[in-house]
Design a protein around this ligand. Structure first.
Ligand code: ZN
Length: 206
């Protein structure tokens, strides 16, 4: 490992356990190897357009874009994937959080995410790689996703016009089919049938 690489890894507190030497590997082999060895970053990779040779598992140059370091770490964290509902807006939200759920919900409501302040937590599943699972479930529900630019808020990406039942069966099926280990599963409401909103397909998202 050259000094420049070593200093970069040190600066960003990337440990030896997280990196792999990419020398002699094709991009394709490398991606597989990183996954099977659970490595987040590789050095001695092919050069990016600026000549750097440290990349994340997804192949992005982390010297050009150090924010990718936080992103990939976050994606591997343990957290709660949750389903929330707003009766006033008839919205379902699929989200994930690594902070305690009650903190998360008071923040959602005080910030009026999706223009609603009556978000209620309906169900949560605690698991590893929560961020990755959150994205995957949101993708499965994408045809119900609301128009994002209406609120200019990244969190509107997480809001859907569908019933709790639709969201819940999608989530349950996803965890079951992919055999994802569940640390804890909770339904927080006695009457989730109040959240039986209409499933409205957004033609722009098909
Ligand atoms: Zn670069």
């Amino acid at each position: 490992m050259d000094t420049e690489t070593k200093l970069f890894l040190e600066k960003h507190k990337i440990t030896k356990r997280e990196v792999i030497d990419a020398k002699g590997q094709t991009m394709y082999q490398l991606a597989d190897l990183m996954k099977s060895e659970n490595k987040l970053f590789a050095y001695n990779t092919t050069q990016c357009s600026k000549g750097h040779t440290i990349r994340s598992r997804s192949g992005h140059c982390i010297v050009c874009r150090p924010a990718g370091i936080t992103f990939i770490r976050r994606s591997l964290e343990t957290g709660n994937v949750y389903i929330a509902g707003s009766i006033s807006k008839q919205y379902i939200k699929i989200g994930m959080t690594t902070v305690p759920l009650d903190h998360r919900f008071s923040r959602l409501n005080s910030r009026r995410v999706g223009n609603a302040n009556d978000w209620v937590l309906i169900k949560s599943i605690k698991c590893d790689f929560a961020n990755m699972h959150e994205f995957a479930i949101q993708e499965l529900l994408r045809k119900y996703r609301i128009e994002g630019d209406k609120y200019g808020d990244v969190e509107s990406q997480e809001i859907f016009r569908c019933s709790y039942e639709k969201a819940n069966s999608t989530l349950e099926k996803y965890f079951e089919e992919n055999e994802i280990p569940i640390i804890e599963k909770k339904t927080h409401l006695y009457n989730p049938e109040k959240y039986a909103f209409r499933n409205l397909i957004n033609p722009r998202n098909i």
